[in-house]
Ligand binder design. Structure first.
Ligand code: MG
Length: 443
């Protein structure tokens, strides 16, 4: 944590002529929320004195306990790169507390902080890097997002520059201006699909970064008349968007996953952590893949995982161990998608890994064959499970997984499951285009 003081922030606000300050947090469903205050109220905000009505936020509180406080984390102060001087906007990421200052059990950032503290008590720091893929779609004349990608058929297009590529470059520049270290930016497999990778950091910083990343990407895209969507599978028949999460534990500044003498040059700690991820893969799906639509990505044939297994080479399994060793030794969990709440997703991954370490979970053997091509029988023989097939099954698995529920705490578990069960009921009672096409004439 940096040691930024309130007076330093007040000085920056003056110097850069910041007009508004956004107090940012995410709700349980991972949606960025903010309370915006004018510059005149900054001092009050820095003292953690901004009350807001928690009952207006999905899954936050019951009506009788609706007053919550925003407690800003001063190290997260950033001025957004757009806006003229005098109309600039800055932000601070906040923790949510009860009016008496105690942490609020429904705050996802608090849930991650608790797991980070648990890791610290075991001597570990988690480092994580998240690769959030997204689509850039054109906005319709009415401002409503379409699914037209500017680059479809761009081969025949006479415009010299692809609007999507141009927008992506502008996004990278904006991200760099607020301090992101961008390692790579490229077009992904599907039409209009992009990926921008920023440098890994400790788990809390990465979750904060991901929340900011989604906001900046959407904002800059809009300036180009485009909509950036983090929906996991917007187009049938094309790759969906993943949020592959690279993770490792450090102990006393050293990568605790590396051991030159260990199997595959991985330490016992890494093997147990991997075992924990495998063991809780089904239980944490509802958190890492929280939408009805998430499960349309997790199907064979689109570079997304379907089965619970790991590999050193193959891209089809749930967990891949990239070739890098030494400080860069890490595990890549490939199931999460970018609609996930980054705080809760990192919290349950860390909880699963730490549980693996505590219970000395087995990492089993890596699987190098293409699992999609194996028969059901073969998979059974190798004890390769399937990930949940839909959100309903994922909710059942979450409810059964005590480690994941304990990490989320009863408040979030209860509110999250209630919201997701409702989402599922809404979905299954719809009559879809597919059904009409298949059944209406035939029956
Ligand atoms: Mg990718």
């Amino acid at each position: 944590m940096s040691s930024v003081t309130p007076s330093e922030i007040i000085a920056l606000v003056r110097e850069h002529q910041v007009r508004f300050l956004r107090l940012q947090f995410t709700d349980i469903l991972g949606v960025n929320k903010n309370v915006e205050i004018p510059a005149s109220q900054v001092k009050k905000a820095l003292e953690g004195d901004i009350l807001f009505d928690g009952s207006s936020i999905e899954g936050f509180v019951r009506v009788e306990e609706s007053d919550m406080l925003l407690a800003p984390d001063l190290s997260t102060f950033k001025i957004f790169p757009w806006g003229e001087p005098g109309a600039r906007v800055a932000r601070l990421i906040c923790d949510i507390t009860m009016p008496d200052g105690t942490p609020f059990a429904g705050d996802p950032r608090g849930v991650l902080k608790a797991q980070v503290a648990r890791a610290a008590s075991m001597g570990f720091t988690m480092n994580a890097g998240m690769e959030a893929e997204f689509f850039l779609f054109k906005l319709g004349p009415d401002g409503v997002p379409t699914r037209d990608t500017h680059d479809v058929g761009s081969y025949f297009d006479l415009t010299p520059v692809d609007l999507g590529e141009e927008a992506r470059r502008a996004i990278v520049i904006a991200l760099e201006q607020i301090g992101f270290e961008i390692e790579a930016a490229h077009h992904e497999v599907a039409h209009g699909q992009h990926e921008i990778d920023f440098r890994y950091a400790d788990a809390l910083t990465t979750a904060d970064n991901l929340a900011t990343f989604r906001f900046v990407v959407r904002n800059v895209a809009q300036q180009f008349g485009m909509h950036a969507s983090f929906m996991p599978k917007p187009i049938y028949g094309q790759n969906g968007s993943g949020m592959h999460t690279h993770q490792s534990l450090f102990r006393a500044g050293e990568n605790a996953f590396h051991d030159p003498r260990g199997a595959y040059e991985l330490s016992t700690t890494a093997h147990h952590y991997l075992g924990g991820l495998l063991q809780h893969a089904r239980g944490m799906s509802a958190i890492t893949n929280p939408l009805v639509n998430s499960y349309k990505r997790l199907v064979p044939g689109y570079e997304a995982p379907v089965h619970v297994a790991w590999s050193l080479r193959n891209r089809s399994p749930l967990i891949r161990v990239p070739a890098r060793r030494g400080t860069g030794t890490r595990l890549e969990l490939r199931s999460p998608d970018p609609s996930a709440n980054p705080y809760l997703a990192l919290a349950v991954m860390l909880a699963a890994g730490l549980d693996g370490i505590e219970t000395e979970a087995s990492s089993r053997e890596p699987v190098h064959e293409n699992i999609w091509e194996m028969s059901h029988r073969e998979r059974r023989r190798l004890r390769i499970d399937d990930l949940p097939r839909d959100l309903n099954e994922a909710c059942d698995e979450l409810e059964k997984d005590e480690v994941v529920c304990a990490a989320l705490g009863p408040h979030i578990t209860e509110h999250f499951l209630a919201a997701k069960r409702q989402e599922w009921r809404d979905y299954v009672t719809q009559v879809s285009e597919w059904e009409l096409r298949e059944y209406l004439a035939k029956y």
